[in-house]
Design a protein around this ligand. Structure first.
Ligand SMILES: [Zn+2]
Length: 197
């Protein structure tokens, strides 16, 4: 009898589950960390194995160039997860990604503290810009200007919109404003605001 020789030959080879959809979770000091494989690992040949790790809404990456996605196993993911070290947030002490161990721009701060700092910087920047704008208006007024036209230029050739300031000693007439906006390369001529100084 030769049945035993052919046993199992008909069943297809076992395929390992794709790592594309694997989601691993760990917990460090009460904070949940999630690991997933970054799509660039299978989209770009020779990229290596990259994982994205998220914690409290913040993310960090770890790239292992020497492991191609095609031959990566779940053990590789666990190994990379081990590498995702955390440090105590420099502001509040909660776990934060260790900037030495993973690719992160959070500077050793937890997500909440990092966002707080970012928002504060943004608010400071806005305040400064506003103060500078008011100062400029005051100077122009002193110099005899009575109107400011703040116009948004929508470049004909594409690219980002930008703002220009036109200063007038008399109430601006529509024609001169349009000419100035056209000269600045805009394809829209009515996106402006007139401010009396
Ligand atoms: Zn913090």
């Amino acid at each position: 009898m030769t049945t035993s020789e052919t046993e199992g030959a008909a069943s297809p080879p076992r395929r390992r589950p794709s790592l594309r959809f694997v989601k691993l979770e760990r917990e460090i000091e009460g904070v949940k960390l999630t690991l997933q494989v970054s799509p660039c690992s299978w989209m770009y040949r020779g990229y290596g194995l990259q994982v994205a790790i998220t914690m409290d809404g913040g993310g960090a990456y770890i790239l292992d160039k020497s492991t191609p996605f095609e031959s990566a196993t779940s053990a590789d993911l666990e190994r990379l997860f081990d590498k995702a070290k955390t440090v105590s947030c420099s502001c509040c002490g909660k776990p934060a990604f260790d900037p030495e161990a993973c690719d992160t721009n959070r500077e050793g701060k937890c997500e909440a503290c990092f966002m707080k700092k970012l928002n504060a910087e943004f608010a400071r920047g806005r305040q400064k810009a506003l103060a500078a704008a008011l100062q400029l208006r005051a100077r122009k007024k002193k110099a005899g200007f009575t109107y400011l036209v703040s116009a948004w230029i929508h470049p004909e050739e594409g690219g980002d919109d930008f703002e220009i300031h036109l200063w007038y000693r008399q109430p601006p007439d529509a024609q001169s404003v349009e000419t100035a906006i056209r000269k600045a390369g805009s394809e829209v001529f009515d996106d402006f605001l007139v401010v009396q100084l």
